[in-house]
Structure formats: C-alpha cells, structure tokens
Design a protein around this ligand. Sequence first.
Ligand code: DGL
Length: 266
Amino acid sequence: MIQRQDGPIGIFDSGVGGLSVLKEVRELLPSESITYFADSGNCPYGSKTQDEILFLARRQIAFLLSQNCKLIVIACNTLTAVAIDCFRSEYPIPFIGMEPALKPAALKTRTKKIGVLATENTFNGKLFRQTYEKHAFGLEVFIQPGYGLVELVEKGEQDSETARQLLEKYLAPMVEKGADTLVLGCTHYPFLKKMLETVTQGRMAIIDSSSAVAAQTKRILTEYDLVSHKGQSPRLTFFTTGEKAIAKNFISLAVDIPFELEQVET
Ligand code: DGL
C-alpha cells in the first residue's frame, strides 16, 4: 500500500523562480521526492488580478494533488500574498508560503536602512503589511517594485545588459540614501544575484527567505508525520507550461541529480 509519507513535496511557482526555493529544500531534505510546477506559460503573476491568479493557481494545484503531493510549498511571494489563506482553507494538505525576509534584514542592517525588491502584488498584500509592522519598526524601508525583472529571468536574460540597467535604476537611489541591506521579496530574484552584486558593488547585503522556507517545510513534515520513509530513492519531477529548454537550464542550476521534465498545457 502507498503511504502518504511516500508522496512527493509539491513546489509551485508562476515560473522558474521557485527553483531557488527547491534548491534549499533539496539540500535540507535530500531523501524527499519533489514535484515542481512552473506556470511559465502564464507568467508573470505579479501584475494579474486576484481572480486571474486564483483561477490559474487552483488548476495547477489540482494537478499537483493528482500527483499525490503530501504538502505544497507556494514558492512564490506573489501567490502567497494573494491566495495562501484560500489554499489553506480549500485543500486537505499543509501549505507553506513565502514571507519577505524583513526580520533577518532588521537584524543585519547597521545603517537601519533597508531596501525591498518585490512584485506589486506582494507589496499590496496584507502579509507584507503585517511583516512590515512586526519587523520594520525603527527602520527606514525603501520599497521598490521590480518591474520587468521576472520577465527577464523567464527569458533566461538574468545576466543581460537590460537586467543590469534595470537593477541600477531600482537600486542606485536606495544605495545613495544609505541602505545597506536588500531583501529579495520574489523567488525569481536570487537568479539575478550575480548582477545584483555587480550593481551594488558589495554595498548591500542580499537576503532572501528560501532557506527559512526550507526549514519550515522540514518542521511541518515532521509535525504532520509526513517525513518520507528511509531507503526510498527520491524522484525529481518537473512540469512546465512554458518552454522546456528554459526550464531545463534553470533546473540544472538548482539540482545535480537526474530529473524528469515534462511540458503541460497552459
Ligand atoms: N516568483 C514569483 C514571486 O515570488 C514571481 C511573481 C510573478 O510571476 O510576477 O513573486
């Protein structure tokens, strides 16, 4: 009989960005099978309405449930902001979401000035407001929507001149004002890390929440008795509604064991 512990962890993002989270989950939980869904064919979610996002996300979550996922990580700040409460009340398995890393940033900054780069929908959600009220007290916070960045990463152009120019435009003003810590509030942005370091020239510490989410995934698996049985060899399966070649490049940046990749309809 198949035990529910044997099912994979599902990881879902509007595109390839959530692979930055998958990398950390895999490192922390190497015996777990993972099924990743990249909705690259419908990306970006950051500027869509809540109804549009919910419509797409419910369809893709139904798909992950049909793959026997025992828990789903919403590896997307935007989707977490817009819909995590709905998912938790609608589906019978645990959901883990993303939270902008304001708390570690508050502990790290020396100038008491931090920048946050995220999508518009993430900034507009109540989760960001709550996290801000809880952790940003006494800090000056520069909020910057990362218009166009998700689209660049999805095209594989994270190291391009356009990426450099956009990041320069978004970050130079906050660096100028003394911000020394940058929170990446979108799971696509860790793939811009090289360019972020070039643009900020070491003047900002760059922080994201992927390792905290991996730790939370481990905690919840344990709490719900969902840890996979020892001896099971893990399977990594990827589904994308976008181009397979792009997905393959990003998957290879995140994992170093064989995987299966399939394209599905949008
Ligand atoms: N990776 C998503 C996030 O963390 C990107 C959102 C989008 O599709 O615009 O917010």
